[in-house]
Design a protein around this ligand. Structure first.
Ligand code: PHE
Length: 499
């Protein structure tokens, strides 16, 4: 930078003006005009020089053009491969010698009347040739130009191409000097000590033309955009959010509290991720634990239970939660500990983990959306009504329910919605009324029922953003551009009557 500034100043001092900066050289090499622009701007800001840009179009040689300028044209090579005399050389021989070049050069060598065919041989028609193509290319390489006829022809043959280049006309400015004092960009300790800061020549802030660095903001992943929409729907319906920051959960809250027997296949290492270190949770509420043990092994509250030997060791095992219903059971237990029962409407949306084989629609982790309502005297009819209200907010009007089984709900219903595009009913969620075997041991009053439902967040997200392989949505194959460019999510929500 400094040497470029020096070059400009000394040249101006000597010649008054630099007509075209393209001619400048530094240590024998042409000056990079972009780097020069930096130096010119620095000098211009101090009125030492003024400059105007010159835009010129020049011709430059392509790789092939360069090779011809160096070693001759294809036609000249063909000519040179033909010996003097009547006999000449066989076409096959020339091909062997020159390969591809023979094919390209022959025609032109014929039309230039340099050689002719004699049977299967090529013979010379002249003793000397002028390789005009080579000479033209050399001229262009040296001067950047030639007559239009020549440049048009060479361009067609892809031997040259146009290049735009910017250079500058530079003249002295009102404060021209050979000794440009370096401007200070910082107040240093020395300046303060010596008082030099009072007279120092400070560089001006460039607030007007400096481009600055493009700020890299965060980008919200599509799953989180859709999650935000679901949160808003729950809030509009008067639900509050459960705290879901418990990715590691004890088997107790994930399974036992939900009346899921200890020998249930879902509690196998094939289906669930168990933790090694720490492997267990020993801070489970003792009296409640006892009631859960009893309801599993002996029954109670009108149930005969599962009639097996319930083991605390199994309940203490830590797992990556397999469903957000683990949060719901933990929250309902807290609710039951309050002095007086109060009705609640809760939801959660967060990540769960299952030891699954990964394919286009399954990963070992995904997100669940869960809604829970606890109140006195609510029924299956309430659940059906709430589900209609919830899915209507998403623009889904037609619902059907199919009896299903969950260890913790009775009755249980799979939720199906009519899919116009597919022309069939598709499963969109699972739901049910929590069993007394789950609620009574917690201490909830007998007339309190709890309805709940769950669905995945991935499925509506993939539909919304047109992604058909889950690995393009989550994981290392994810295209960051997809995350950057996708718009915020607006689900096709129907306004409620209040809307
Ligand atoms: N926990 C269930 C699942 O993992 C979903 C569910 C939630 C079912 C609440 C009923 C009630 O699929």
């Amino acid at each position: 930078m400094e040497s470029l500034q020096n070059l400009v100043l000394t040249t101006l001092d000597r010649e008054q003006v630099i007509e075209n900066s393209i001619a400048l050289t530094l240590d024998g090499a042409p000056v990079d005009q972009l780097a020069l622009l930096g130096a010119l701007n620095a000098l211009t800001s101090r009125d030492v020089i003024v400059y105007t840009p010159i835009d010129v179009e020049t011709w430059v040689l392509t790789d092939e053009g360069t090779s011809i300028a160096d070693t001759g044209s294809h036609e000249a090579k063909v000519f040179n491969s033909v010996p003097q005399g009547e006999e000449g050389i066989s076409i096959a021989e020339v091909q062997k010698l020159l390969g591809e070049v023979a094919k390209f050069g022959q025609g032109k060598a014929f039309s230039n009347k340099w050689i002719k065919k004699n049977g299967n041989n090529l013979v010379r028609l002249t003793e000397t040739i002028v390789d005009k193509t080579q000479l033209d290319l050399q001229q262009i390489r040296d001067t950047g130009s030639h007559s239009d006829a020549v440049t048009n022809d060479l361009k067609k043959r892809k031997l040259i191409e146009k290049r735009k280049s910017s250079s500058f006309k530079v003249e002295k400015g009102p404060k021209f000097t050979l000794n440009v004092e370096k401007e200070a960009t910082d107040i240093t300790q020395e300046m303060l000590k010596s008082g030099a800061w009072k007279t120092a020549n400070f560089k001006k802030y460039n607030f007007t033309t400096a481009q600055g660095i493009a700020p890299v903001g965060g980008h919200v992943h599509p799953l989180l955009k859709v999650r935000e929409e679901f949160r808003q729907i729950f809030f509009e319906l008067g639900f509050s959010e459960m705290p879901t920051n418990r990715f590691v959960e004890s088997s107790f809250w994930n399974f036992d509290a939900l009346f899921q027997p200890q020998q249930h296949p879902a509690r196998d290492a094939h289906d669930t991720f168990f933790l090694k270190d720490p492997a267990t949770d020993d801070k489970l509420p003792a009296d409640y634990l006892e009631r859960v043990k009893n309801v599993h092994s002996k029954g109670g509250y009108g149930s005969i239970g599962y009639q097996y030997n319930w083991k605390i060791e199994e309940a203490q095992k830590l797992v990556l939660r397999t469903h957000t219903t683990a949060i719901s059971s933990w929250m309902l237990y807290q609710l039951a500990q309050e002095k007086e029962f109060r009705p609640v409407k809760w939801f959660s949306i967060d990540r769960v983990f299952r030891n699954e084989t990964v394919d286009a629609t399954h990963l070992a982790e995904f997100h669940q959306i869960e809604g829970v309502i606890a109140d006195r005297g609510i029924t299956l009819g309430d659940l059906i009504g709430v589900l209609h209200g919830f899915f209507q907010k998403l623009g889904i009007e037609k619902l059907r329910f199919k009896p299903a089984y969950n260890p913790y709900t009775e009755p249980s219903m799979e939720i199906f919605s009519w899919h116009d595009g597919l022309g069939k009913w598709v499963e969109i969620g699972n739901s049910g009324m929590f069993r007394p075997e789950m609620l009574r041991p917690m201490g909830l009053p007998e007339d309190v029922s709890v309805i709940a439902w769950g669905l995945s967040l991935e499925r509506p997200t993939m539909i919304k953003y047109g992604i058909d392989n889950i690995r393009e949505l989550v994981g290392h194959k994810l295209d960051l551009d997809m995350v950057y460019k996708n718009p915020i999510c607006r689900l096709d929500k129907k306004m409620g009557r209040e809307g």
